[in-house]
Write a protein that binds this ligand. Sequence first.
Ligand code: FAD
Length: 337
Amino acid sequence: MINTTNKVSLSQYNTFGIKATAKELIICNTIESIQEAISYLNNHPQPYLVLGGGSNILFRNDFDGLIIHPKLTNIEVLKEDEKNIWIEAGAGVEWDDLVDYCVNRGWYGLENLSYIPGNVGASPVQNIGAYGVEAKDTIETVKGYYISNGNSFKLSNDECHFAYRQSIFKSNLRNKTIISSVVFRLNKTESYTLNYGPVKEEVEKKGKVSLTNVRQTIIDIRKSKLPEPDELGNAGSFFKNPVIDIEQFKQLQSQHESIPNYPIDNIQVKVPAGWLIEQAGWKGKAIGDAAVHNKQALVLVNKGNASGKDILDLAHKIIDDVNKKFGITIEPEVNII
Ligand SMILES: Cc1cc2nc3c(=O)[nH]c(=O)nc-3n(C[C@H](O)[C@H](O)[C@H](O)COP(=O)(O)OP(=O)(O)OC[C@H]3O[C@@H](n4cnc5c(N)ncnc54)[C@H](O)[C@@H]3O)c2cc1C
């Protein structure tokens, strides 16, 4: 039997610390309870949201519907050969616990994604990424259930249509599935990605290049740049880095010589949204309790009592100003609910 809880505070379920409520909440600890939650929803039609750690969510208002919170916390080795090991992690495993688990066992692949908040079940949704690595680099399959009919699915890496902060779970299957577990293929032999920003230099300061040193370096860099959600409500990068075509980029570069850029291919360039926001004069600015972080302009923060609407109003002002100054429309990375 599943238990539904009525009129629940979502304060603990969103890292922005927005004081919203939901009409009902079901916590699913098992596959059976996921199936029961789907039946319950189909027998009691209403708005719904599958929620992990709430670290990529902004609640605009109270949520007048059902929140389904998958909490399967198993980690299992499926198979291994000389080079690789395949592990399956439940949707409710804390992402960083999984990274720690793998690093401690000498399995390579997730260490650059250390200290990203949230749960394993959300990792394929926006194809989490940091320091030159994305979840798609190690995800082998994603397993779950379709909400419409309760049928199970198992999607291969290719079928997930991963791209920068994008996947099928944010496009065709947006809000249509409950991911129950993710299978990762990790390396058993040494392989590192150190060529992003200051990573290599900082790792070498710690001594020899090792899994634990890479993980600790990433954690240290992140702690120095990003606010801790427990101390200052936020959802990490609020905006995606826009990808623009090379002609538009060249034109911008002629007016703003120092514009940072990451070429994607011969025709597209990624521009850091944080730089655009800073140049538009928003870094460290606040409107009431909704603010732009003073160290990282890409991060919007709740200084205490901001509502979802306050954060969203600030986001819209930033989008307008960046558009006026650069002719680029930046888009939220965070899911606005
Ligand atoms: C301080 C900070 C730093 C961050 N840094 C990074 C970073 O470096 N890189 C990065 O990519 N992200 C980053 N993020 C964003 C966030 O951590 C990731 O997007 C994370 O994967 C969200 O996980 P979650 O469990 O909190 O998902 P939630 O916020 O609960 O949900 C996110 C989306 O996934 C869906 N979803 C969640 N679980 C499931 C499931 N089991 N089945 C189906 N759909 C599901 C939700 O419906 C929602 O659409 C950061 C956030 C914070 C607060």
